[in-house]
Design a protein around this ligand. Structure first.
Ligand code: ZN
Length: 646
């Protein structure tokens, strides 16, 4: 998901004028029709052929329910080994009785928000407009960016809308790019990724004599309490959560051993019991159905240390579905908190705990919607494989804090994440009927280790292209800056403050080419401590059609880092390169083996026992359309994988 977002999201919803399709369509070789387990020597780049809308209706028996499950960031070669060693038995069983592609090539840049929109639409970013996880829109102020998760671009129809036009009921469950802000793009049933109301915090407080509590349990030392202030934006008080300290042992010793966590000074069934070192969920915001997880890190009569996760709530449509999920499953569990991990508030085991809780919860909700609402077509998303890839990919001695034992422990977490995702797959596939339904398991990109972060705006500043105003957050001085960078993972879009296009616009059109060349030069000549380049490729806007990125939202310069480097748009950092504080990243050249995704399908209408040559993520939508029995739309650039279908 959206990581390392250094510039606060600014809410500004503006609808882009309809753009024409991509300037060019690369016509590649049609995907070979593979029917056996051997395949020809694979090309490193997979280019699907355009689909004719006439190539449409399948005579194959149609699936009753089709589930498309994306395991975010599931990397092809890791999945290979986890299928072989028993880590992913459910996916292995699907692959065995269905179709598996050697790998799936993703789009450029190999990023979650962009790739999920391409998976859903069968179109490239140049057509969808979702060119990255975040990007700048020229109608916004020059320092503004749009978050591709919160305000996704989706300028062509997603498959669920096409399916609805053909009379099917559809659902999207946590699928990136399905913001409730855009009701005309939604499926019949939408469960969005939860919404965070407040950020996480470490509370260190001194317990006081307890005030009047209702129903306080017997304590053999005077009741103590601590009030935890839950603070929102600008440290405004959102609510208060109370901890009641109880000494339950009649042993003439002051030893508080029971810790009640309550939304009010009332010890009732709304409270959770905290144990030192343990976690407990609390519905801290009952009216919003919002809550979080709390961990009692340390407790004594004079010091209480409590980690409070971010507080989240569910978002779903229609309202009945939201009510149903709130009542049956409770609040949206907090996302694994890499910020808290980096701050040292929680440790790796706690991070893993958050991954586990959230993944199991999402898997249960998925299974419930599949079983109870019976949508014909469901797109579901799970993040564990991506989150643990980012956090635990310690494989390189250049990585900060590298230690062999730690690397082994971290490797075990990654393996556990794949096992956990597989468990959720099993739960979902378990409510489907293998004789009547079909399941596709895909991913959006792979993952590569990083050891350093590159501060792209520092490169621009040192080249005299970017100037800061006064202020601790290093605001962009838009009256003096000629360029600004917005990064996502290993990719960056750099925008020129072009007169007539940007606000305020200080670069006259006649200087555009020169400034663009300055940016290209600055990025190409940037060097790490080893005097080696930092970028694998630096392209001008005019060159982006080769990557299917020729869209107005793309930068005037687009670049992708060399493997090993993550990019950041954090402003004001004095040096260009710093050691990275996490270990895995993506967004790199989509043809790199490390960026390869997975693609498995099985069930009604799907071939049995077929190993396919590499496929492309844009092939998914036209293939599923064909399976469901309606023609792919003209906007789908992908190929119908006929060899996968019966
Ligand atoms: Zn992803």
């Amino acid at each position: 998901m959206s990581r390392r977002q250094m510039i606060p999201l600014l809410v500004c919803v503006l609808v882009l004028a309809l753009m024409s399709g991509c300037r060019t369509t690369t016509v590649g070789t049609p995907a070979p029709l593979a029917t056996s387990v051997t395949w020809p020597e694979a090309a490193t780049s997979v280019s699907p052929s355009p689909v004719s809308s006439a190539a449409s209706t399948s005579s194959a028996p149609r699936a009753r329910q089709v589930l498309i499950l994306s395991l975010d960031g599931a990397r092809d070669d890791w999945a290979d080994s986890y299928l072989a060693d028993g880590t992913m038995p459910n996916l292995a069983a699907l692959a065995k009785r269905g179709v598996r592609a050697e790998w799936a090539q993703t789009i450029d840049p190999s990023l979650t928000a962009a790739a999920h929109v391409s998976l859903a639409t069968g179109a490239y970013p140049c057509a969808t407009g979702q060119v990255s996880n975040k990007f700048h829109l020229s109608q916004d102020a020059f320092y503004w960016y749009t978050d591709g998760f919160d305000e996704p671009e989706m300028q062509v129809e997603p498959l669920w809308r096409t399916a609805m036009r053909h009379g099917y009921t559809t659902a999207t469950l946590f699928w990136p790019g399905t913001s409730l802000l855009y009701p005309d793009r939604l499926a019949d049933y939408t469960v969005a990724y939860g919404t965070r109301e407040v950020y996480s915090r470490l509370h260190v407080v001194s317990p006081q004599q307890a005030k009047s509590w209702e129903d306080a349990p017997t304590s053999y030392s005077p009741h103590l309490e601590a009030a935890l202030a839950i603070l929102g934006r600008d440290d405004a008080l959102v609510t208060t959560v109370y901890v009641l300290l109880v000494d339950s042992a009649d042993n003439h010793i002051v030893d508080y051993d029971t810790f009640w966590l309550c939304p009010e000074r009332q010890a009732d069934d709304r409270c959770a019991q905290l144990q030192p070192g343990g976690w407990a969920p609390l519905l801290a915001r009952p009216r919003l159905h919002g809550g979080g997880y709390f961990k009692l890190i340390q407790a004594s009569s004079d010091r209480l240390e409590v980690f409070q996760s971010a507080l989240w709530y569910n978002e779903a449509r229609p309202a009945d579905l939201l009510r149903d999920i709130n009542e049956r499953f409770g609040f949206f569990p907090p996302a694994p908190d890499y910020y808290a991990l980096e701050q040292g508030w929680i440790d790796a085991a706690d991070y893993w705990h958050m991954v586990e809780v959230q993944t199991r919860w999402m898997g249960e909700v998925d299974a419930y919607v599949l079983e109870s609402y019976k949508p014909h077509l469901t797109f579901a998303w799970l993040g564990a494989t991506d989150e643990c890839g980012h956090q635990f990919l310690m494989v390189d001695e250049r990585q900060a804090g590298y230690h062999e034992a730690k690397a082994q422990q971290y490797q075990a977490y990654i393996r556990s994440a794949y096992a956990l995702a597989d468990e959720a797959l099993g739960r979902q596939a378990g409510v489907l009927d293998r004789a009547q339904d079909a399941v596709f398991v895909v991913s959006d990109h792979g993952m590569a280790p990083i050891h350093a972060e590159v501060y792209v705006n520092t490169i621009l500043e040192q080249a005299g292209l970017l100037c800061y105003g006064q202020g601790a957050s290093y605001p962009v001085d838009t009256s003096a800056s000629r360029a600004v960078a917005f990064t996502s993972g290993g990719a960056v879009n750099v925008y020129i403050n072009l007169k007539g296009r940007e606000q305020p616009g200080i670069v006259p059109p006649e200087d555009y080419t020169r400034v663009q060349a300055e940016i290209v030069q600055a990025l190409r000549s940037a060097r790490g401590p080893d005097e080696q380049p930092l970028f694998a490729r630096v392209l001008r806007r005019e060159e982006l059609s080769a990557l299917h990125l020729d869209a107005p939202q793309s930068g005037d310069v687009f670049a992708q880092a060399l493997l090993g480097y993550a990019l950041t748009d954090w402003r004001g950092n004095p040096s260009i390169v710093e050691p990275a504080t996490y270990y895995g990243q993506h967004g790199y050249d989509c043809t790199l083996p490390e960026m390869r995704a997975i693609w498995v399908a099985a069930g009604q209408g799907v071939q049995a026992n077929v190993m396919m040559p590499p496929v492309h993520v844009v092939d998914l939508a036209p293939t599923v359309a064909t399976l469901l029995g309606f023609p792919p739309t003209d906007t789908m650039a992908g190929h119908v994988l006929r060899a996968a279908l019966r």
